[in-house]
Write a protein that binds this ligand. Structure first.
Ligand code: DC
Length: 222
């Protein structure tokens, strides 16, 4: 199903709706690049955490944004985020970094620092971009926009299962963090999480990632 078409596809939605699985699968089927834009916010959050800079310390956060160098490098089938030439992929997926990324992503200077980088990554099209504001702000002229949502209970249950038995977090804790992150991401003034007016909305609560991907493919080749 590899496509010769040069499309730029965006997939926005809240945490845990299955965006990553579906975006990766869609990109693979089309022979396109997959770009996880949340990783970039996580990269800034990780650097702040390492330097013990808190989410309210705008002066030092600005310095990080001015000096950070982020890039994606494919390692096998996986995409790793490098910050200042160091592979930080193993460190950016913790709940602590999720919450810090969400908090700092509300700041205009943080979003500005990442805007051009994201647009440059999309300049050749043939890419699937996953995030919160892909279809609304970063690529308002994207060829096809999707918004993937799912109920809070289902998203929490999926995350709980993904963390496995070793996790110290209860289902209740995970649900609370998801609700908090939804609030942060959708109630912020800048580039809030919301579907673009021309987005195709898919509710993945009761369907599998494979079904969501097939539905997207059908919409693309309609
Ligand atoms: O997709 P993710 O969970 O890795 O994203 C982490 C945080 O980064 C998310 O809570 C909000 C922020 N983010 C954003 O503001 N805009 C994006 N396009 C992607 C992520």
């Amino acid at each position: 199903m590899k496509s010769n078409k040069k499309l730029l596809i965006t997939i926005d939605g809240p945490a845990g709706a299955g965006k990553t699985t579906v975006s990766r699968a869609l990109a693979k089927k089309l022979g396109y690049n997959y770009i996880d834009t949340g990783a970039l916010y996580r990269g800034i959050a990780y650097k702040a955490r390492q330097k013990n800079i808190t989410e309210t310390d705008d002066n030092n956060l600005k310095k990080i944004c001015e000096n950070i160098s982020l890039k994606f490098i494919n390692i096998g089938e996986e995409q790793h985020l490098f910050s200042d030439n160091k592979d930080i992929e193993p460190f950016i997926r913790t709940e602590e970094i999720s919450m810090l990324a969400s908090a700092i992503s509300a700041k205009s200077f943080v979003r500005k620092a990442l805007l051009q980088l994201q647009r440059d990554l999309g300049s050749k099209k043939r890419a699937v971009f996953e995030g919160r504001d892909m279809g609304t702000v970063v690529f308002p002229n994207a060829d096809i926009k999707f918004f993937l949502k799912a109920s809070v209970d289902e998203r929490a249950a999926r995350r709980y299962k993904q963390l496995g038995n070793d996790s110290e977090q209860s289902l209740y804790d995970i649900k609370k963090l998801i609700i908090k992150r939804d609030q942060n991401d959708s109630q912020r003034k800048l580039a809030p999480l919301k579907p673009a007016e021309d987005a195709i909305i898919i509710d993945s609560t009761a369907i599998s990632a494979e079904q969501a991907t097939e539905f997207m493919l059908a919409s693309i080749f309609r």
